[in-house]
Design a protein around this ligand. Structure first.
Ligand SMILES: NC(=O)c1ccc[n+]([C@@H]2O[C@H](COP(=O)([O-])OP(=O)(O)OC[C@H]3O[C@@H](n4cnc5c(N)ncnc54)[C@H](O)[C@@H]3O)[C@@H](O)[C@H]2O)c1
Ligand SMILES: Nc1ncnc2c1ncn2[C@@H]1O[C@H](COP(=O)(O)OP(=O)(O)OP(=O)(O)O)[C@@H](O)[C@H]1O
Length: 270
């Protein structure tokens, strides 16, 4: 199997572990390549940039940020297996001690698709998010005004610090902290969670991916859009954003770990 290894770069132990995992995978007969930054930090030549990864499997040694970064920067989605070297590692399925046994008994694997949400403005794609897109004010303590249109009909208009446009995968992340529901990743929908809405009756919404969803930014105050906490873009004033399901879902190796077991184990005592 062709395996690309990605390590978080800010942790020497994670890098050392990644190097030793690479040796073990080679001993098992796999063809192993390092991601460019990982190779550079390990003083090796010939790493592959994220954008050019083309493998059967990408193994990420890091936390959720490392998985989100890898998904975001790969041009072609390749199945990911995360090995938890982070604080929470909700998107990682194996602990470092489990990895070698897992690979030793691995010949084929099932792939689980996770929907991503795609935002565009004026016909231009702004990006795909596995967790969420955050639309947020640039000026703390100044509110933005939003309109939400579903199939062309105004659903609500409100003022808030920002708005999270989240996937079911992202429902356990920022959207959870902002009061959104935990959404089963088998459900295909787009979760809208306002940040500190200035309204007595505001509630998070889940909109079917089959509908046409538009968000208008009805203010000329400066605002930014943040994709999965990794990429920040300046938003044009009074922008209209089209929100839809991306045609490029993220792919994860199915390790038989149960989503709701993980919710109970990892998210109750943060
Ligand atoms: N108040 C908040 O809860 C808050 C604030 C900013 C960013 N975030 C989240 O952080 C993500 C970026 O991750 P990072 O590690 O680069 O940032 P980070 O280092 O600021 O950590 C954010 C925390 O969110 C957790 N997290 C990320 N995705 C998750 C998921 N799908 N399910 C459960 N927990 C998850 C991470 O494990 C981490 O502990 C963003 O996509 C956003 O969802 C959350
Ligand atoms: N190969 C890489 N190249 C560049 N940056 C990376 C790479 N891997 C990770 N990063 C960045 O390094 C940081 C590592 O944090 P990561 O989220 O993996 O750990 P954590 O915050 O401790 O874990 P968790 O998010 O699970 O709580 C992230 O900001 C991520 O974007």
């Amino acid at each position: 199997m062709r395996v690309t290894l990605v390590s978080r770069l800010d942790d020497a132990e994670a890098l050392r572990y990644t190097a030793s995992l690479g040796r073990e995978l080679k001993d098992l007969g796999h063809d192993v390549v390092l991601e460019e930054g990982t190779a550079r930090h390990l003083r090796r030549n010939g790493g592959t940039p994220f954008e050019e990864i083309d493998a059967d499997l990408v193994v990420v040694v890091g936390g959720d940020g490392s998985v989100l970064l890898t998904v975001q920067r790969m041009r072609k989605q390749v199945p990911i297996l995360g090995i938890n070297w982070g604080e929470v590692g909700f998107l990682t399925d194996l602990e470092p001690g489990e990895a070698i046994d897992f690979f030793a008994s691995l010949d084929a694997f099932e792939v689980e698709q996770r929907m991503r949400v795609r935002l565009s403005a004026g016909g231009r794609v702004l990006g795909d998010a596995l967790n969420e897109v955050l639309i947020v004010t640039d000026r703390p303590a100044k509110m933005l005004r939003f309109g939400v249109y579903v199939d062309g009909t105004l659903s609500e208009r409100f003022r808030a610090d920002g708005l999270l446009v989240s996937t079911p995968t992202g429902s356990t992340a920022y959207a959870m902290s902002a009061g959104g529901p935990i959404v089963d990743p088998q459900i295909e929908g787009i979760l809208l969670v306002p940040l500190a809405p200035y309204m007595l009756s505001s509630r998070p919404h889940i909109i079917s991916t089959g509908r046409r969803l538009e968000i208008t930014l009805e203010t000329d105050k400066p605002a930014h859009l943040v994709i999965d906490g990794q990429t920040t873009l300046e938003l044009p004033k009074e922008a209209t954003l089209m929100v839809k399901k991306s045609d490029q879902p993220a792919l994860f190796v199915n390790t038989d770990k149960q989503f709701f077991e993980k919710v109970n184990r990892k998210l109750r005592n943060l």
